[in-house]
Write a protein that binds this ligand. Structure first.
Ligand SMILES: [Zn+2]
Length: 62
């Protein structure tokens, strides 16, 4: 499994860049686990974590 992906330190969004495309915060290469949000309006987890958009989000960021 390639691990070139990085997670935003603020919102947890997983992406390639050094800066989050969603909130502009710096990203980290050290993260553990992720959830995939397909429909943020219907997802209980998305509501609990405060995730407004669909995509992949890291559960733990170091
Ligand atoms: Zn972010």
């Amino acid at each position: 499994m390639r691990r070139k992906e990085r997670a935003c330190r603020e919102c947890g969004r997983i992406q390639d860049g050094d800066t989050c495309v969603q909130c502009g915060a710096p990203t980290s290469a050290n993260w553990l686990g992720y959830i995939r949000i397909l429909d943020p309006d219907k997802s209980e987890i998305a509501g609990k974590l405060g995730i407004p958009t669909k995509g992949k989000f890291a559960l733990r960021i170091k």
